[in-house]
Write a protein that binds this ligand. Sequence first.
Ligand SMILES: NC(=O)c1ccc[n+]([C@@H]2O[C@H](COP(=O)([O-])OP(=O)(O)OC[C@H]3O[C@@H](n4cnc5c(N)ncnc54)[C@H](O)[C@@H]3O)[C@@H](O)[C@H]2O)c1
Ligand SMILES: O=C(O)C[C@H](O)C(=O)O
Ligand SMILES: [Mn+2]
Length: 547
Amino acid sequence: MNPVSILNDPFLNKGTAFTKEERQKYGLAGLLPPKVQCLEEQAKQTYAHFQTKTSDLEKRLFLMAIFNENRVLFFKLFSQHVVEFMPIVYDPTIADTIENYSDLFVQPQNAAFLSIDEPDMIESALKNAAGGRDIRLIVVTDAEGILGIGDWGTQGVDISVGKLMVYTVAAGIDPSQVMPVVLDVGTNNQKLLENPMYLGNRHERIKGDRYYTFIDQFVERAERLFPNLYLHFEDFGRDHAATILNKYKDKITTFNDDIQGTGIIVLAGILGALTISKQKMTDQIYLCFGAGTAGAGITKRIYDEFLQQGLSKEEAKKHFYMVDKQGLLFDDDPTLTPEQKPFARKRSEFAHPEKLTNLEAVVAAIHPSILVGTSTQPGTFTEAIVKEMAAHTERPIIFPLSNPTKLAEAKAEDLIKWTDGRALVATGIPAPDVSYKGVVYQIGQANNALVYPGLGLGVIASTAKLLNDEMISKAAHSLGGIVDPNQPGAAVLPPVSKLDAFSQTVALAVAQSAVNQGLTKEPITSVADAIEKEKWVPEYQDLDNRL
Ligand SMILES: NC(=O)c1ccc[n+]([C@@H]2O[C@H](COP(=O)([O-])OP(=O)(O)OC[C@H]3O[C@@H](n4cnc5c(N)ncnc54)[C@H](O)[C@@H]3O)[C@@H](O)[C@H]2O)c1
Ligand SMILES: O=C(O)C[C@H](O)C(=O)O
Ligand SMILES: [Mn+2]
C-alpha cells in the first residue's frame, strides 16, 4: 500500500505512534517527525491542544479533525473525557455544526450521501462509502426533523456521524463497521435554498410515492449489500418516521431512535423517579406536551408499561393526555396523526372542553403527575404551570426534553426552585447540579444516547433478527433500576460518566431477551461472551493484519 494512503486512512493511521520498524516496513520513514509517541502521549498532547480552543464549536471542529485523521486516537480521547466531550461531539454543539455544515465543510467523514435525484446510484454510493468494510450498523437520516431545529437537508448528515461516534464510545461498536448515511430528498428550509454555499440538492422536499420508493430502494440495497446490518433511523419528520418504522420493524433489524430510543430512556427515567418517590406507575396521570414523533413514541412506551403492570387498555388510557399546538387532543379532530388517535379524549369528559386549548388550562383541568415536553417550544413549562401541577401532586415528575439547549421547555434549576425541591427532573441535554436549600440535586439526562448504544450492541452481538417491544421493555427496565433512592437530590437516571457501564447493562438485557425469544440468527450460548467478543477498544493494531 502506498505510504501516503496509510497516513490518510483514519482506520490505519497511527500518526507519530508508528514505530521505527513500522516506518521502515511501510515506507513511512521520513514522513513523520522523529519522535515515536505512544497512544497515551498522543492523547495527552492532543487534549492539551484541545484545551486551547475557547468556543464549543472550535472544540468540536478540532476533535473532528482528529476523527478524520485517526480514529483510535479520537476514541481514546473521547473515552477519557466522556462527560466533557459529549456536549461537544454530540448534542447540543452538533446542532451548530448542522446549521453551518456547508459553510464549515472540510471532509465527508466516510458518510454516504444518497440523492433522490439519482436513485440508480444508491448501490454504488453505499459500496464506495464502505470501501470494502463489513458494515454492521448504519445511522440514516433524511434530516427533516433534526433535533428540534427542523429541516437541514444534506447538512443533517452530521447527526448520523455524531450518533455513531456515541455508539463507539459508549458501547464499543467498531468504528470501521459503521456508516453514516444521509438521504437528500431536498429541503424546505428557505435559508438553505438561498445559501449559495449550500451543498445539498437545491429543491423542495420530494414527498409521496417518489419519497417512499426512494426509502424502499435504500433499505433494499443496504440490506443486500450488508447482510448483518442493524439499521438505525434518526430525525425523520413527523409524517414519515412512524410510517417507516411500522413498515420495516417486523421484517428487518431496525430501530427508530426518536420513537423507540426516547421511549426507553423516558420510561427508565420515570421508573427511577418512582423508585425515589416510592409511588406506583399505575397511579400516575401522564401528560405529553408536543405529541410528535418523540412525544407519541414515549407515550406509547409508558402506556405499554401500564398494560404490563396489569391494567386493561381501557383503564390505562384514562391515565393519558396529549397536548399539541391545538391544545388537548380530542377524538373529533380530523388532523390527528395515527399515533395520536389512541390517546385523544372525548369532549364530553370535560365541563368546558373549549377552554382546553393551552397547556396551562389542561394542567389545571387534569392534574398530571408526569409532564414530558417534546414540543420544541422553549420556556413553555412556566412557573404558573409548574406551580399548578405541584399543588396537586407530592413529587411532580417533569422532563423538559426538547433539544438543543435553546429549545428546552424549562431549566432544571427553575423546576427545582418553583416546586421547593419536590420535582423529579430530567432534561434532554446535560444540566448542571442544582443547589437548593442545602441539597444538591443531580439532574438525570433523559437523552436517547444513554440507551441506543447499548441497545445496538445487544442486538448486533446477539445476531437478533428483529428488535421487538419485549427487548425494548427489558432495556428500559435494566436502566430504570440504577438509582440511589436514599440519597437526597439523587438523579432519576444514572450519570453520563457511567455511560460505558450502563451501555453494557442494556446490551446484556437486550441480548438475553433476543436469545430467550429465539430471535437470534446464530446460536448464542453466553450473551456476556458474545458481547465481550463484539467490543472494540481504542488501541493500535498490528498493521500486518489490516493491510
Ligand atoms: N431527549 C431526547 O432523547 C429526545 C429524543 C427525541 C426528540 N427530542 C426532542 O423533542 C423535540 C421534538 O422532536 P420530534 O422528533 O418529536 O419532533 P416532531 O416535529 O415530530 O414533534 C414536535 C411536536 O410538537 C408539536 N408542537 C409544536 N409547537 C407546539 C406548541 N406550541 N405546543 C404544543 N405542541 C407543539 C408539533 O406539532 C409536533 O407534533 C425536539 O426538540 C427533539 O430534540 C428529545
Ligand atoms: O439527538 C439528541 O440529542 C436526542 C434526540 O435524538 C433528538 O432528536 O433530540
Ligand atoms: Mn433524534
